[in-house]
Ligand binder design. Structure first.
Ligand code: FAD
Length: 456
């Protein structure tokens, strides 16, 4: 089929104005804010319903055209840039909040609902509930975030966001619509279990297994009070034990370690950001005093945080994330995110600093504790000047070296670029790879779903 007739078919499915192959429309879809080089796109299409998604996938299957699902496009690591051209399916028109179950505490959302719209909907209608959202810009989609194992302010208490999925509606690569989780059996989207859990096939698979059209996520009580305990430590080697002791109390809602060489007098310190929440002064006092006692035992001074700095640190999403993203004023930003074991925090920080300096950057690193210390999201930031190809290449090389370092110390790169995926797969157990390949071929016999990603 010619490109013109494919466009006509896409327009017949979604309506004129929601499919395009004009260069001026495709330009923005050919790049993301990260360090990947732009990659060409043939078509962009914006479906409104699951049936439209189904028809597009059937067309792509007949014509063997790649389909790349996209939410907010903010993952930064090129995951929504086609490797072999094709159709970018922008999900933003599927933006309905379908259900908020206040007793069972979950939300059923279409795939294009943004974190910003969910947060403001809850604020207006259910102020005693909160959703798991990242510190990403609020145009990120909830689906995009939970599908990539994102994390955020509730992650110390409840784990990473993929653990908060109750159910999915998926359009499989052959165009079949299916439901996964309790919603496959019942009208309630309240649980993944107790049937064989196939939801895992669709998380961290970067759109290679199918297109998610609906997602059910857990919601959580929103306590009335929230505060931050801020401390500074020079004992990097003591961080794993400190984190283990704090998580043991189960009193922190979010727990982060920052390490930055700006201002330069901070280079010998790690900052500790420990968020506590509660519903009464007594509860807050108990949590604060218990955590401060642990810090005191480790000779860590608690520092009161006031004024603008307090506003930045208490913001949600945290303003500091956006600030760190653009400190070089070049408009380009990417970070290596990774999951590492708790015990590897000191080594990761030490090696992350060496790599940052090697690539001419002021080190800026963050650890967010996931669950009760079950994992750590460790990141090293690489801001760069988008207009300078050498600076962009420098960032790519630094990102690759950091990903390799993470793998060497026993961690796993998170939402990584193509080259990071390759390094990760090279280390995978051969039987895992064989199973992965077979599942993928079974689901997607024509290889149309975001091909080039997770190549086995
Ligand atoms: C300043 C900044 C701060 C950030 N802070 C955080 C943070 O604190 N925590 C965090 O977790 N992340 C963070 N991020 C990373 C990222 O922005 C978020 O994780 C974001 O939620 C990703 O959502 P998205 O809608 O942009 O996903 P996208 O980038 O659009 O998609 C992500 C992946 O999922 C696939 N996908 C998207 N939608 C679908 C669908 N419907 N069906 C199938 N596959 C799909 C895409 O193909 C892609 O592979 C940050 C980013 C920035 C720029």
């Amino acid at each position: 089929m010619s490109k013109a007739s494919i466009l006509t078919d896409l327009e017949d499915i979604v309506g004129k104005g929601f499919a395009s192959n004009k260069p001026e429309d495709l330009y923005i879809y050919s790049q993301d804010p990260g360090a990947s080089e732009p990659r060409p796109v043939d078509f962009v299409v914006m479906p409104k319903t699951v049936e439209e998604v189904q028809e597009i996938v059937k067309l792509a299957n007949n014509e063997k055209i790649p389909v790349i699902p996209m939410g907010g496009g903010l993952t930064l690591s090129g995951l929504i840039l086609p490797v072999h051209k094709g159709i970018v399916m922008d999900m933003k028109r599927m933006d309905k909040i379908l259900e908020i179950n206040t007793l069972g505490r979950y939300a059923v959302l279409e795939a294009g609902v943004t974190t910003g719209s969910l947060v403001s909907y809850l604020k207006d209608n259910h102020p005693d509930l909160q959703a798991p959202v990242p510190d990403a810009p609020t145009s990120a989609t909830v689906a995009g975030n939970v599908l990539i194992h994102g994390s955020g302010s509730l992650s110390q208490k409840y784990g990473h966001h993929a653990h908060m999925i109750n159910g999915l509606e998926v359009v499989l690569p052959t165009g079949v619509i299916t439901k996964l989780g309790s919603c496959a059996i019942s009208k309630y989207w309240f649980s993944k279990a107790p049937i064989p859990d196939l939801i895992g096939l669709f998380t961290s698979s970067f759109g290679t297994m199918g297109i998610i059209t609906k997602v059910s996520i857990k919601l959580f009580p929103k306590p009335k009070e929230r505060d931050i305990i801020f401390g500074l430590t020079q004992d990097f080697d003591g961080l794993p034990d400190l984190m283990s002791k704090i998580t043991y109390t189960e009193f922190a809602e979010d727990l982060m370690i920052g390490h930055s060489h700006t201002p330069s007098n901070m280079k010998n310190f790690c900052s500790l950001m420990i968020y506590i929440t509660g519903n009464s002064k007594e509860e807050m006092d108990l949590k604060r005093s218990t955590i401060e006692k642990i810090l005191k035992e480790k000779n860590i001074q608690v520092t009161p945080i006031m004024g603008q700095t307090r506003t930045y640190l208490m913001d949600h999403p945290q303003y500091t994330a956006a600030f760190a993203a653009d400190w070089r004023k070049g408009g380009g930003f990417e970070y290596v995110g990774s999951f590492i074991p708790l015990e590897k925090i000191p080594e990761a920080i030490e090696k992350g600093v060496i790599i940052s300096k090697k690539y001419g950057l002021i080190p800026s690193l963050l650890c967010r504790i996931i669950g009760s210390g079950h994992a750590v999201m460790f990141s090293v930031t690489f801001p760069f000047n988008r207009a300078d190809p050498d600076d962009r290449k420098n960032a790519r090389e630094g990102l690759e070296e950091t990903n390799k370092m993470v793998l060497e110390i026993g961690g796993i790169p998170w939402k990584t670029e193509l080259v990071g995926q390759k390094h990760t797969m090279e280390r995978a157990d051969p039987h895992y790879k064989e199973l992965f390949k077979r599942v993928r071929n079974l689901l997607d016999p024509n290889g149309i779903m975001n091909p080039g990603n997770w190549e086995v």
